[in-house]
Ligand binder design. Structure first.
Ligand code: ARG
Ligand code: GLU
Length: 727
């Protein structure tokens, strides 16, 4: 067995010795099931996904389109991350009842809080519809004709596939257009907030600890799904009832130790595991450095003001966290790509593929792909760079520019779709801006604007800059705009956007904030976007053919998994530590001791609630502690990405053992290249979640709903019994 495995690894390297993997739950039989069993899984593929009987997939809904969640009681109790429920927790918070700061616990169902707009979407059925979608596609067709036919076929599949009236059919592509799957889904719309720990637990360590191991965060929150009297999806109504799930996850109290099997089930958003080496080089050398430099500047300015002014601290907390999250990730990613030599490894794989293409006489079909990647990526590089600068400056990190850009789009809407569309869009914008300006500081934004304008003018290749930017006096422009533009407070923007389309557009043209964004956007849409989009289209066609070649020419049992696309996936592995640098080994489990070690009284990131300190001092851990210690977080080799937040970590038997919420710094390059030595996902130990609910919050009502099990202790007990019998 061992020898065969070795032989398999040897044979398939270097063409495709891919590690990690996010697998389609309906296709686990065979290779995946064997691997999982070898890792210690005691379930079958049919326990994970089954159309006819309840299975794990029936307990794992997509949470609000971006995160994952899991049902943990027969009354629709739903667990996800604190950072996934953050804006709901925030929206119910007031100065008197600050649930973000103090936590929230519904002690009865009556106290649960509705959240209009929040959804939980279950997968009813998955079907391979590749044949239907590919019908009528021929090699002779142009790229555009193929695209059109595929879209028509998808519309037919969506229309004709069987579903109940309250369900929805969705078709998604896998392997960049080489496979198509139908998802029949069911979306619940009455999702109520049940519980959340204080941020000093749920967000402990905040940005300093984000993407970092060792970690000590209780990143969880609780919701409940409500349904109509027939247990079907319904809009919020007071007399809706708790949803009865087809399946809910039992919770193991036995914890994890190194090498235990783990399975993470969820909705990973996007990965790019099959880019050619030249694309990875551009991520490391061009894309990430530009993004990081821009955010370096924005964050330094925000941080300075936040530290000096508690009001600004509150206003910018969430914006700062959003900008800092990916800023930090990109840095870890670039380091990891370099350290794991992802480019070198991809180059080896490309040589192996070329050899295989030649050996099998496939030059005509696939011989052009790698050279054309070279050509297109070289051509697109300056356009990519200009695009990144534009997006990061005008759309993401300067609030005045973003608002002005949204007004610029109004102009485009009017030109393309007329007065009514303009009206709708404008009203919508004005409504959104009211909330946005509550957290606006002109002073902070002005400094960010000036810094980013300078970086933009220096970073964008000359030929793509607006003409006036070639000699730019950032200081004078900034002073003028932040003195004379209407985009600096709500009342004046509202006023600016009042009137019919013609009037508004005329007023916009006289606004200096609008003028500058118009220059930047015009330059982008005239000089960058057309060429960028044309090259992108060619690259995506190549990427589809490259994927086809890999699927066709790799050994039959090669581990080739489709990139993440926000559909339900299974990833599996084991609990494992790692060595980030020579002489250092990181253990896979953290404990409450570590929270106390990091404790900085009054600090906004590392404060600890007194009640938690008291429980620690008394070692009052109830049934949740282990050997006198309270476990907090653990890491494993599961291949996850953004969107897997809130995903259940499941043991060999199908019980919940943890809650996924992050990845380790050294391993974040796994979106491009998963390195088994360094890539680890971070999970909250489920015992810490229960300890907080029970001992910290006293919400015994919730504990009473759960099904708590002892899969390991049960086994030990029965072993002991057997021994006794034998004696
Ligand atoms: N890094 C995690 C993720 O990508 C957590 C982000 C939320 N926490 C934070 N400190 N920003 O979503
Ligand atoms: N925190 C991420 C999320 O919100 C998960 C971490 C990751 O990117 O792996 O989905």
């Amino acid at each position: 067995m061992k020898l065969l495995q070795l032989l398999f690894i040897f044979l398939s390297f270097p063409l495709f010795a891919q590690q990690g993997g996010m697998w389609i739950p309906s296709l686990l039989e065979g290779m995946n099931e064997t691997e999982m069993t070898n890792l210690g899984m005691k379930m079958s593929a049919a326990d994970i996904y089954n159309v006819n009987n309840a299975s794990l997939k029936d307990a794992v809904p997509h949470f609000n389109g971006g995160c994952t969640s899991e049902v943990i009681s027969n009354q629709g109790l739903l667990l996800t991350n604190h950072h996934c429920g953050y804006s709901q927790i925030q929206s119910h918070s007031t100065l008197e009842n600050d649930y973000l700061q103090d936590g929230f616990w519904a002690m009865s169902k009556k106290e649960e809080l509705p959240n209009p707009g929040v959804t939980a979407t279950f997968i009813v059925r998955i079907e391979d519809v590749t044949t239907q979608v590919m019908t009528g596609i021929t090699d002779a067709m142009t790229e555009a004709a193929k695209q059109k036919k595929v879209e028509e076929n998808i519309a037919l599949v969506v229309q004709n596939s069987k579903k109940e009236s309250w369900q929805e059919n969705r078709v998604r592509t896998f392997y960049e257009g080489n496979q198509y799957m139908l998802f029949v889904v069911e979306t619940f719309k009455d999702i109520r907030l049940v519980g959340a720990p204080p941020s000093s637990i749920g967000k402990f360590g905040s940005d300093t600890d984000n993407w970092i191991w060792p970690r000590h965060t209780g990143d969880f929150s609780l919701f409940r799904i409500y349904a109509d009297k027939n247990n079907r999806p319904a809009e919020y109504a007071e007399d809706n009832v708790p949803y009865t799930p087809k399946h809910f996850l039992p919770i193991s109290l036995d914890g994890v130790t190194e090498n235990d099997f783990t399975l993470v089930f969820g909705y990973p958003g996007t990965t790019d595991e099959y880019l050619p080496s030249i694309a990875i080089e551009q991520v490391i050398n061009t894309v990430n450095p530009a993004r990081i430099a821009i955010r370096d500047a924005a964050l330094a300015i925000q941080d300075k003001y936040m530290r000096a002014d508690p009001q600004i601290k509150i206003q910018y907390a969430s914006k700062f966290a959003r900008i800092a999250n990916y800023w930090k990730k990109w840095q870890g990613e670039s380091l990891g790509l370099t350290k794991s030599d992802a480019v070198g490894i991809k180059k080896q794989q490309e040589s192996a593929l070329t050899a295989q293409i030649n050996k099998q006489g496939k030059q005509k079909e696939y011989g052009h792909i790698l050279p054309q990647f070279e050509k297109y990526y070289t051509e697109i590089e300056p356009y990519t760079l200009a695009r990144e600068y534009f997006l990061e400056t005008a759309l993401r990190n300067v609030e005045l520019l973003r608002t002005a850009f949204q007004s610029y789009q109004l102009k485009k809407v009017y030109e393309a779709r007329g007065a009514q569309s303009f009206e709708d869009r404008r009203n919508n914008l004005v409504e959104r801006l009211e909330g946005q300006f509550k957290d606006y500081s002109k002073q902070v934004d002005k400094d960010v604007f000036e810094a980013l304008l300078t970086i933009y003018a220096e970073g964008v290749p000359q030929e793509f800059l607006p003409d006036s930017f070639k000699t730019l006096n950032s200081k004078a422009i900034t002073e003028n705009i932040y003195k004379n533009s209407a985009f600096i407070d709500y009342a004046s923007v509202k006023n600016l956007l009042e009137g019919d389309a013609e009037t508004v557009l005329e007023k916009l043209n006289n606004d200096p904030g609008f003028a500058i964004v118009k220059e930047m956007a015009d330059a982008y849409y005239e000089k960058v976007a057309p060429k960028y989009e044309a090259l992108e289209l060619s690259i995506s066609g190549l990427q589809r053919d490259y994927m086809k070649a890999l699927l066709e020419l790799s050994p039959k049992d090669a581990r080739i998994f489709p990139n993440a696309n926000s559909t339900l996936r299974v990833t599996y592995g084991k609990v494992a530590g790692y060595s980030p640098v020579d002489a250092v080994y990181y253990e896979p489990l953290t404990h409450l001791e570590g929270v106390i070690q990091k404790y900085v009284p009054g600090d906004y990131e590392f404060d600890v609630p007194q009640k938690l300190i008291d429980l620690y001092n008394a070692k009052d851990y109830g049934q949740y502690g282990e050997n006198g210690k309270m476990p907090i977080n653990f890491i494993g080799t599961n291949h996850t990405t953004g969107g897997n937040s809130g995903s259940p970590a499941i043991d060999a038997h199908g019980n919940l053992i943890g809650l996924n919420f992050d990845r380790v710094w050294e391993g974040t390059m796994s979106d491009y290249y998963y390195d088994p030595a360094l890539s680890r996902n971070i999970m909250v130990d489920i015992r810490y979640v229960l300890f907080i609910v029970d001992k910290y919050a006293g919400a015994k009502n919730l504990i009473a709903e759960l099904k708590l099990v002892h899969p390991k202790k049960g086994k030990e007990k029965s072993k002991k019994k057997e021994k006794k019998k034998k004696k």
